[in-house]
Design a protein around this ligand. Sequence first.
Ligand code: NI
Length: 164
Amino acid sequence: MKLPIIYEGDARLQTPSEPVEAITKKIQKLVLDMFETMYAAKGLGLAAVQVGVNKRLFVADLQRRGEKKHVLINPVIIERSGEQTTEEGCLSCPQLFGKVSRAMKVRVEAMGLDGKHVSLEAEGLLATVFQHETDHLDGILFLDRLEPAERARVERKRAESHQM
Ligand code: NI
């Protein structure tokens, strides 16, 4: 079932999410629905909070780039190294794109949908997606990570598009 996505300006997106205590049927169904919602919106990642569920989990799919589908529950980034700047967007911030600097490589510890502990290393775009989605769980949007000049450029674009 496709779920409604909530948008920037909604206070829920600025609220840190709560840990998932157990992988219940409800969580399993939520994950399926989140994949369906993400595919329909053509996103690479989606955090539960973006469909209004205040739980620490996200899904990501970069299969077209040779990556696996990922479901990360209670993810924690335990190592970061290097730096990269990537043009990011977000399903909760339609039409807005901006360059964000993040770590090039990360190690993430989490729980999988089977309840097992997973430790993953990600690099490049996958590392960007993991950091972007983990930020959502802490109530942070990519807009909050923009350098002031880049933020101003994005806001100018937003104002222009609203005038039309
Ligand atoms: Ni996002």
